[in-house]
Design a protein around this ligand. Structure first.
Ligand SMILES: [Zn+2]
Ligand SMILES: [Zn+2]
Ligand SMILES: [Zn+2]
Ligand SMILES: [Zn+2]
Length: 277
């Protein structure tokens, strides 16, 4: 079995089938012998009662019938570190197809692993080669730098996003404030206009009352005058029909009263019509 395959098998032995990570506080169900992280198993327990269904084989058991496996916990921690180290050093085990030698060098131009003999061939003649560990360190450094740049940029974007949130808040605050001010100003103007309107209507009503009163007064005066004139007309008509003696007797009084009547002035009515302001 290849080393890589063995490492994969070892990893599988230390992996929880629920979270697919290395075991954390592993517990084994006594009934079926399957092992899971304690928290993973507890989260799987959706039933309200004390029973538990094994996620692997569906056997019904109880949480009280599981036991913690302390050794496996320690082994998981050590195994995780070991596997990472093994996987990292694994490329050292690769062998050059062409020369059958271990590939201990990394060609920077071709970005691939090569053996010592490869280095001497025409193909890699002027190429820059690095020992594997150094190439890995260089690669790691480069990735770390890229990561740093990304993290910095990420931080900036988050800060900018945060700032956008504040700007949004500011925009809303500003709009709210001015909405209130505008409403307040217009309310005042409406009140002023309303008062003005009422004032005008009151004035108009007052004018109407005055005008109607004037008309009424004048009508009364006119009807009084008409009555006097009719009396006069009647008196003169009677005199014309009376005896000459009577006519001459009444003549002086009639003419005097007629003069009085004629002198009475007819009043002209001046109505007030207020137009708009
Ligand atoms: Zn788990
Ligand atoms: Zn089971
Ligand atoms: Zn080679
Ligand atoms: Zn090369």
């Amino acid at each position: 079995m290849e080393a890589k395959e063995l490492i994969e098998n070892l990893k599988a032995e230390l992996t929880c089938s629920i979270c697919l990570g290395y075991f954390t506080d592993p517990v084994t169900a006594l009934k079926c012998g399957h092992t899971f992280c304690k928290d993973c198993l507890l989260q799987c327990d959706e039933q309200a009662d004390a029973t538990l269904t094994c996620p692997e084989c569906k056997a019904v058991t109880r949480f009280s019938d599981t036991v913690p496996i302390k050794n496996l916990q320690d082994f998981s921690i050590t195994g995780k570190t070991l596997i990472q180290k093994l996987l990292f050093s694994l490329p050292l085990l690769t062998t050059c197809d062409q020369h059958g030698e271990k590939e201990k060098l990394f060609c920077e131009q071709d970005q691939k692993l090569i053996c010592g003999s490869c280095l001497l061939t025409q193909e890699h003649k002027d190429h820059q080669d690095l020992p594997l560990q150094m190439a890995a360190d260089k690669c790691k450094k480069k990735l770390q730098e890229t990561l740093n740049v990304l993290q910095k940029k990420d931080g900036e974007l988050k800060a900018e996003n945060n700032d956008m949130g504040k700007q949004e808040e500011n925009a809303n605050k500003h709009a709210d404030l001015y909405k209130k001010l505008i409403r307040c100003e217009y309310k005042k103007m409406h009140e002023i206009l309303y008062d003005e309107e009422n004032e005008h209507l009151q004035k108009l009503n007052q004018d109407l009352e005055d005008n109607l009163a004037k008309v009424q007064t004048n009508k009364a005066i006119l009807s009084e005058q008409i009555q006097l004139f009719q009396q006069m007309i009647l008196e003169i008509e009677e005199s014309l029909n009376a005896s000459p003696f009577k006519m001459l007797q009444d003549m002086k009084g009639i003419l005097e009263r007629n003069e009085e009547l004629r002198l009475q002035e007819t009043q002209t009515v001046n109505l007030t019509f207020t137009s708009s302001r």
